[in-house]
Design a protein around this ligand. Structure first.
Ligand SMILES: [Zn+2]
Ligand SMILES: [Zn+2]
Length: 180
């Protein structure tokens, strides 16, 4: 946990608090170490501007992410830099007010809520969640990426492969050949 990302709410004065953070290799490496299943798992470099402000009991967190994530192309399996630019706006409720006994079973609507616990806002988990939200479902190094040949594994962006043409290796054709 990066201590800079645990914000004591006592620091939020009238005008709020503005932070600019750099999330680099170390930040991504620590995340990966804590969460080995992390799919995108590449080093990234993000600049984050965050504004925190009290709104009654709740805390407004407004942020802007900009930079690059290093993703794996889902077609050709090459790593590429994926530019990220996104804004987020969250309202954090104090956790104690919501986790009363009657509310142990959270309804789906409640699950969308974000919380802060005690006297701190955990920007680490908020930023991880925001980074995950920026990930494309199917990362592509380029819209027109041709991917890999499913048979020989050749990178079809680099060269056409030498596999036999589709028709001659189709299992139907083969069967027919055996029978005749
Ligand atoms: Zn690709
Ligand atoms: Zn091939």
């Amino acid at each position: 946990m990066n201590p800079d990302l645990l914000i004591n709410i006592a620091r939020l004065k009238e005008a709020g608090l503005d932070l600019e953070l750099q999330l680099g290799k170390d930040w991504f490496a620590r995340w990966q170490a804590e969460d080995p299943d992390l799919e995108f798992a590449g080093p990234g470099s993000l600049t984050v501007q965050v504004h925190l402000e009290r709104l009654g009991h709740e805390i407004l967190v407004r942020g802007h992410l900009q930079g690059n994530l290093n993703l794996l192309c889902s077609r050709c399996l090459i790593r590429f830099d994926y530019p990220v630019q996104s804004d987020f706006d969250l309202l954090l409720a104090p956790e104690s007010e919501y986790l009363t006994e009657e509310e142990e079973e959270l309804s789906p609507a409640d699950l969308d809520r974000d919380f802060y616990t005690g006297e701190t806002v955990n920007l680490e988990s908020i930023l991880r969640e925001q980074v995950l939200l920026t990930l494309p479902l199917k990362p592509l190094c380029a819209e027109a990426c041709k991917g890999l040949c499913p048979r020989c594994g050749a990178d079809l962006n680099q060269e056409p492969c030498r596999c036999p043409r589709e028709a001659s290796t189709s299992p139907f054709v083969t069967q027919k050949n055996i029978k005749s």
